[in-house]
Ligand binder design. Structure first.
Ligand SMILES: [Zn+2]
Length: 92
């Protein structure tokens, strides 16, 4: 389970600016398409958030953080530590 719920139909309608993904609830800017990359999973993968406080995180289990909107707390998915393009990078 990752961003499949967040990026299902609902999220794309609240896609207010090309290349910027926002919270489907409050519209807060979360990710830029610049940080988007191709991943083997069917949903978009990102390496970084737009703002340092775009998302709130807490450790769900070692290496996996539960990610939610930094403003309204809407559940977004998970951040997988060290699963990004480069060593030490995260995948959202
Ligand atoms: Zn929000």
């Amino acid at each position: 389970m990752s961003f499949c719920a967040f990026f299902g139909g609902e999220a794309f309608r609240s896609h207010f600016e090309p290349g910027i993904y926002v919270c489907s609830k409050c519209g807060y800017e979360l990710f830029s398409s610049r940080a988007k990359y191709q991943h083997s999973s069917p949903w978009p993968a990102f390496t970084e958030t737009i703002h340092a406080d775009s998302v709130a995180k807490y450790e769900e289990r070692p290496g996996t953080l539960k990610v939610s909107c930094g403003k309204c707390g809407n559940g977004l998915g998970h951040e997988f530590l060290n699963d990004g393009l480069k060593r030490g990078q995260s995948r959202f």
